[in-house]
Design a protein around this ligand. Structure first.
Ligand SMILES: [Zn+2]
Length: 120
């Protein structure tokens, strides 16, 4: 099994949880140039002050971009409630953010057993 596929499989195990309330769960894994592995999922970003919370829903790719360095690789999976892979191609905003960050390559799930690649 290739390194890319092994990384996808470990991300699927890391991302999946049986108690998801939402229809889909999206998680991104980044491999920095030095080999450090970082994760982010889709979710709310909360900004202080606490009495005037501003909550923005951010895509996993945008959230992980802050943890990446130039030359990093990113893996993105979208999982259904029954642990099936679904389309996780980054949207145009995430594409722009990842590219600006200097990310080298993005692998994303398309369907069970099907993956796509974006090269920057
Ligand atoms: Zn996006």
């Amino acid at each position: 099994m290739s390194l890319t596929l092994r990384r996808f499989n470990s991300l699927i195990e890391y991302a999946w949880h049986p108690d998801y309330k939402s229809v889909y769960h999206i998680m991104a894994m980044g491999i920095r140039k030095d080999g450090t592995v970082v994760f982010s999922n889709n979710g709310a970003a909360v900004f202080p002050p606490a009495d005037k919370l501003i909550v923005k829903i951010a895509h996993a790719e945008q959230r992980i971009s802050r943890k990446l360095d130039k030359g990093a690789e990113v893996y993105v999976v979208r999982l259904t409630r029954d642990k099936q892979l679904a389309m996780a191609r980054p949207c145009s905003t995430c594409y722009t953010v990842l590219r600006a960050r200097g990310v080298k390559r993005v692998y994303y799930s398309i369907a069970p057993g099907e993956y796509g690649v974006l090269e920057f």
